[in-house]
Design a protein around this ligand. Structure first.
Ligand SMILES: O=C([O-])CC(=O)C(=O)O
Length: 169
């Protein structure tokens, strides 16, 4: 189980040294409180990099995806989310859409995205990984610390929790 924390308490403790995402995301995963170090992807209506990355060992990290805010297709569905769970990812944050939302809600994974839509993306092998991205008005660099709960999402340069363990599981 993730340690007890709340993004509101973390904000009160750390103030404007943390970046607060604009409240554009909904929770789709079965885990609403999650944290971990960021791995970043930038892609548009093509989830190739997301599928590849979540097939690797997650080690409690959080995949942060700038999907350009597209509301046309889903960048994550139940199969890719299942691979994220079995590979030990703590969460996935997508500036874009998901699908299979009923199944996602049963999974032990944090998932924040803009909306759900039935249409899937088209995989053409495009997209970039491990670069600074911007989601919900804030910059996220690879290795930044991501904290999510029902109130939203905070991004920090350094770990915020006392005695922080190195995984978000
Ligand atoms: O395959 C996709 O593009 C998305 C999807 O439906 C899944 O992850 O199950």
């Amino acid at each position: 189980m993730p340690p007890e924390f709340s993004t509101a308490d973390l904000y009160d403790t750390h103030g404007e040294t943390v970046r607060v995402c604009a409240p554009v995301f909904r929770d789709f995963g079965g885990r609403t409180r999650f944290f971990g170090q960021a791995v970043t992807v930038k892609c548009f209506e093509d989830n190739s990099r997301i599928k590849e990355t979540l097939a690797e060992a997650g080690a409690g990290r959080v995949l942060v995806v700038d999907a350009g805010g597209s509301l046309r297709c889903a960048m994550l569905g139940d199969l890719i989310a299942e691979s994220a769970v079995s590979n030990g990812w703590a969460g996935v944050v997508i500036q874009g859409c998901v699908r299979d939302s009923a199944r996602l809600a049963t999974m032990d994974l944090g998932i924040k995205a803009l909306a759900a839509i039935p249409r899937k993306s088209v995989r053409r092998g495009e997209g970039q990984r491990d670069l600074p991205v911007e989601i919900a008005g804030v910059q996220v660099c690879p290795g930044d610390w991501v904290y999510g709960d029902g109130d939203g999402l905070l991004i920090a340069d350094a770990p915020l929790l006392p005695d922080q363990v190195q995984t978000g599981n």
